[in-house]
Design a protein around this ligand. Structure first.
Ligand code: 5CA
Ligand code: ZN
Length: 421
């Protein structure tokens, strides 16, 4: 599917440093590669209620990575998916009395316009689960043939004209490295799996954690040609594995998303990548953003405690102020949104813009160096904002130096932080 239009990124003198990123699994910062093409996979939305500040936090966070990598001279290949068919989307469409495609299309469109307003660089490939079905079918057929996936008998009424072809599950026993990622105890894994769309108690599975790869036809659910698997629809984790593999190749340098995806989603999709390629380390670095809360709980579609970007903007918020709300928090921090965040960001934006009037301003070479250093150090946006605040203070001080630095300051915050003044 089409993504959205990327903002122009102004040129800057010189280059940024090699980017270091905190690796969730290692529990420590790690260097990304110093040169060569970078491959990035960030898990996209399930389009049934877009785009809340939690989503925006995730995509603005990884947008900093894209910008820092490019500034360091690396070519970036960026892929993001859209889970445009899945249980929660179908359930919401039924609740609304709406066609599921209409719901997915309208929410994906809203997401695109929110990302455009927030000046998020678009992925090179924006891929829907539905359009990835042929990739999933091929991969799952191969896993069945190789013995790393198996069929489970269907409940009465499922499977259309071929009920003998069961649902297909991954056999996690085929991947000795499964379970070594998130560092959870077996009991925790089972609980988190059950809370995130998993079905540990389904009869016929080899192991409770084995994840669904292909779900056969059910009455009232959409289904697609599954070749030898029979008609059905894809499981969640295999969707991301297949899209990443197809569009990025064998190695994903950074696999990203919000922290809620560490387990089971990222652990399972990486396991699928290992099994499909017979390689031990298809993902080099696992990066996760913090979770944004509202009214005391994680902001989530299922809870309904949402602050939507589009609603803030419709209420008069400048999208650049919304972006500054997010950048004021380190991407890995979890935080709770309040109206005071937007008020503070709106004030900051006004001051920054005030400092841009006229074409003078103090020298900005140090500012550029500070912002670059902050981003290279695990995308530390709050430190970058503080550097710009200091430059703005200097620019607005009585008798300020006036050597024409405003243009470089403007380019710096636009190119590296995505804030257009
Ligand atoms: N479609 C799947 C990923 S393949 C999915 O998780 N969709 S989502 O719409 O629920 O979330 C989209 C992205 O936003 C994910 O990376 C998720 O980790 C992140 N996210 C969801 N809620 C929050 C939140 N409250 N705070 C921060 N990030 C969040
Ligand atoms: Zn995903």
């Amino acid at each position: 599917m089409h993504a959205w239009t990327s903002p122009d990124i102004p040129a800057l003198p010189g280059h940024g440093a090699q980017v270091h990123l905190y690796d969730t699994l290692a529990g420590a910062p790690a260097p990304t590669r110093p040169e060569g093409p970078a491959t990035l996979y960030v898990c996209g939305i399930t389009p049934y209620d877009a785009t809340h500040l939690g989503h925006a936090n995730t995509y603005v966070g990884f947008d900093l990575l894209v910008r820092a990598w490019r500034d360091a001279g690396r070519e970036v290949r960026y892929v993001q998916n859209v889970t445009d068919v899945d249980d929660p989307l179908l359930e919401r469409a039924t609740e609304n009395g709406q066609d599921w495609r209409e719901l997915a299309d309208s929410q994906t469109d809203l997401f695109r316009s929110d990302m455009t307003a927030l000046r998020v660089v678009a992925p090179d490939h924006y891929v829907g689960a539905v359009e990835a079905i042929p990739l999933v079918v091929e991969a799952v057929e191969r896993m069945v043939a190789e013995g790393s996936a198996y069929r489970v008998a269907l409940p009465e009424g499922a499977g259309g004209t071929e009920p003998e072809l069961g649902d297909v599950y991954a056999d996690l026993a085929a991947d000795p490295l499964f379970g070594t990622g998130a560092g959870l105890e077996p009991e925790q894994m089972r609980r988190v799996f059950a809370d995130n769309g998993g079905d540990p108690d389904r009869p016929g599975k080899h192991e409770p954690l084995d994840p669904l790869l292909w779900r056969r036809t059910r009455p009232g659910e959409p289904d697609w040609d599954g070749g030898s698997l029979g008609r059905g629809r894809p499981g969640w984790h295999i969707e991301c594995a297949c899209i990443a593999l197809h569009h990025l190749g064998p190695v994903v340098e950074v696999q990203g998303g919000g922290r809620d995806l560490v387990f089971p989603h990222h652990e399972m999709s990486e396991s699928h990548l290992r099994v499909l390629q017979h390689t031990p380390a298809p993902v080099l670095l696992h990066a996760h953003g913090g979770l944004v809360a509202y009214e005391g709980e994680k902001m989530s579609k299922s809870r309904g405690n949402l602050v939507l970007v589009s609603e803030l903007v419709a209420g008069g918020a400048d999208p650049m102020a919304v972006r500054l709300v997010l950048l004021a928090h380190h991407y890995r921090d979890s935080w709770e949104y309040t109206d005071a965040d937007l008020a503070a960001a709106t004030e900051r934006l006004a001051r920054w813009r005030q400092a841009m009037t006229g074409d003078g301003g103090p020298a900005a070479e140090d500012l550029l160096a500070e912002v670059r250093a902050a981003l290279a150090d695990d995308l530390d946006a709050p430190t970058a904002l503080a550097a710009m605040d200091r430059w703005v203070d200097a620019a607005l001080a009585p008798g300020a130096a006036d050597v024409g630095g405003a243009e470089l300051a403007r380019r710096t915050v636009d190119a590296l932080l995505g804030v257009a003044l």
